[in-house]
Design a protein around this ligand. Structure first.
Ligand code: SF4
Ligand code: SF4
Length: 443
């Protein structure tokens, strides 16, 4: 339970087990909890200027007016009028209907879960500062209360809540894999190379992505090679080895808190000075920007995404890279949650310039970069693959215009999504994680 709050009792129901009145009561509770003065200001400030359209990768990919961000927010307006507006909701002809049978919620589901990745780019174009992503987050919270969620945001979260990581790996799986990786890396890193687990008082507690433990060990080896080459005093931990937190995208701050808390607790147990997270945009967003807001506190330690540490290692000459081992042109895709939300814009560019003389920017890039189309939890739901690919067209156009041979990024979901759009839009590109090009350039 989030400290200082009452249990919100909003865990997603399995089906129609509540009466209509009970569902309405549940929605009211969630609405009160997830809205603020800022939310209502955003909801009522729209002047219909349309400036948000060109920031949204959905609209830019298909030019469909339904994909103008301001129009998504209107889907929530209809729900508010029916269920929560102090006057309208009491008018007889607008008597709130059974939410489980109300087609307005189907439209809201499309707007919030399928047609918005919560990327926040629209807010930068809006003269009124309206962030449709934040409005759609409230919509997700309401839909969560009705149990209306994409499958890709249900199973991984339930598995994490049950086992501590979204793949359900056991501590034994984790330790076996790490010991095997250490053996595999010994030839490259020197005899006796070891990967610390549960070391106390380290500088850095490193939280990997479980997919690298199960399916992509070469990526975890690259991450560990970087930490070891820089001489970092780090550890991995059995207390937490999952940087992923899909619960936030469900619209459940309660679940997001429960999952994030285990990472925070692991740091506390080991007395690590800071946390560093494997390249994962949303995991970084949840721990680095959302948890302090949810918990109403300020952390007295830093939370980094790995590229921030890499930039520092290069500046401090703890890591020396050889230029142009990878043939350019090379471009960099800014994950929304790391760039726009996290402000980590210059660090990856410093790193790219340290390893290539042929770096090219997308237009736009940095804080204004278009979402790849896989954010907001869309990447985790197979049935949303079609819409992800259609809405990735603007990203494909951006990449093609750079002439890049390699696209580098700092997020697993972005990497997979760009790999898929590369195939679908016949781009002649390789897509690499930033850790691959850094580890492959270490002298
Ligand atoms: S948050 Fe992103 S995806 Fe959602 S409406 Fe705004 S620009 Fe479009
Ligand atoms: S840019 Fe802002 S004010 Fe203009 S239509 Fe979009 S949300 Fe409304």
């Amino acid at each position: 339970m989030i400290p200082g709050t009452e249990a919100d009792n909003t865990s997603a129901p399995d089906g129609n087990e509540l009466s209509a009145a009970q569902y309405i009561e549940r929605l009211r509770r969630i609405f009160d909890r997830y809205t603020s003065t800022r939310f209502f200001a955003m909801l009522n400030a729209c002047i219909n200027c349309g400036a948000c359209a060109d920031a949204c990768h959905y609209y830019c990919s298909e030019k469909d007016p339904d994909h103008i961000p301001a129009n998504r927010a209107k889907q929530l307006d209809h729900i508010i009028a029916e269920y929560f507006h102090p006057l309208k909701s009491k008018l007889g002809f607008l008597k709130p209907g059974d939410p489980m049978a109300n087609p307005k919620f189907e439209k809201l589901y499309q707007a919030a879960f399928e047609n918005c990745t919560l990327c926040g780019n629209c807010a930068l174009n809006c003269p009124m500062g309206i962030n449709t992503g934040e409005i759609m987050y409230v919509a997700r919270a309401l839909l969560f209360g009705l149990g209306k969620l994409p499958s890709g945001l249900v199973d991984p979260v339930n598995t994490t809540l049950e086992t501590g990581n979204y793949l359900g790996l056991s501590d034994e799986d984790f330790i076996d894999t790490v010991e095997w990786l250490a053996e595999e890396m010994e030839e490259d890193m020197g005899e006796g190379f070891a990967i610390p687990i549960d070391k106390e008082n380290p500088e850095v507690l490193y939280i990997p992505h479980p997919l690298t433990l199960r399916d992509l060990p070469f990526l975890l080896m690259d991450e560990l090679k970087i930490l070891a080459a820089a001489g970092e005093n780090y550890t991995l931990s059995t207390h937490d080895f999952d940087t992923v937190n899909y619960a936030f995208y469900q619209g459940s701050k309660e679940n997001a808190y429960t999952i994030a808390h285990s990472t925070l607790k692991a740091r506390e147990i080991l007395n690590a000075k800071c946390l560093a997270l494997a390249p994962c945009g949303h995991g970084y967003r949840v721990l680095n920007h959302e948890m302090e807001k949810i918990m109403g506190t300020r952390f007295d330690f830093k939370i980094y995404t790995l590229v921030e540490l890499i930039d520092r290692y290069i500046k401090d000459k703890r890591l020396v890279l050889e230029k142009d081992r990878f043939e350019g042109p090379i471009t960099y895709h800014d994950p929304c949650n790391i760039g726009r939300r996290g402000g980590v814009i210059e660090e990856p560019r410093n790193v790219m310039r340290a390893l290539t003389t042929d770096f090219v920017e997308m237009t736009p890039s940095g804080v204004h970069n278009y979402c790849c189309g896989g954010g907001g939890g869309l990447a985790s739901t197979g049935s949303l693959g079609g819409i992800r690919q259609r809405m990735g067209k603007i990203k494909a156009d951006q990449i093609r215009a750079t002439g890049a041979k390699i696209v580098v990024t700092g997020c697993f979901n972005c990497k997979n999504q760009i790999r898929d759009i590369g195939k679908n839009y016949e781009l002649d590109i390789e897509v690499k994680s930033i850790v691959e090009v850094v580890a492959g350039s270490i002298i």
